[in-house]
Design a protein around this ligand. Sequence first.
Ligand SMILES: C[S@@+](CC[C@H](N)C(=O)[O-])C[C@H]1O[C@@H](n2cnc3c(N)ncnc32)[C@H](O)[C@@H]1O
Length: 202
Amino acid sequence: MMHLILADSELEINPWNRKELLDSSIHHRIMEKNRMAKRQGRPDITHFFLIVAMESLLNKYGLLRVYVHTRNDEVIYIAPETRIIKNYNRFKGLILQLFEKKKVPFDNPLLVLENKSLKELIDELKGKKILFTRRGRKVEIKKLHEIMEEDVICIIGGFSSGYFLTKGIENMVDDIISIYDGMLPAWTVAMEAIAAYERFKF
Ligand SMILES: C[S@@+](CC[C@H](N)C(=O)[O-])C[C@H]1O[C@@H](n2cnc3c(N)ncnc32)[C@H](O)[C@@H]1O
């Protein structure tokens, strides 16, 4: 099984209007005025990441579990059969509902939100823990499948700039790897990790 975690994701409610998510492409002025970090308010990263992960062959074969951990230490558990809404505004509406109700749909939940740190999430999963970051040891993409094991936990940052907010994240994992000299978006790294595990597995 591959467990895929989007960590320290910039996903939160807009503190000035709790009826919407913070989105830096819309709220950049008020964020700047209040000296909020530029990296905050990026639900688009989670959206792209979830579309790539949930529609992968690995997920269709039942070998993938996906989690979104947020900057405020919440964890979203995503049922493998979840079909991610393609429309961005409707996706944001769904996540807002999740923040409010903790489960969506409420009766037969596909998404469940719990207050939990990244460490707590990692501790409840079984497998080799691999942290993806440019600061890691270089692994050539053609050899990425060689570091996979039957059970793996792959951790990718859900932010656009800076580093993981979770303190001591390097000490929570078994391997820290870089797959490219430059910076890649989270969904590209997710795609490569999934493809490598597929090569290992099939
Ligand atoms: C847009 S980056 C975050 C920005 C950060 N300054 C960086 O370069 O990693 C999003 C995430 O993708 C992963 N990532 C980006 N580039 C990578 C690379 N070359 N190798 C491995 N992981 C990478 C990391 O997990 C990172 O947190």
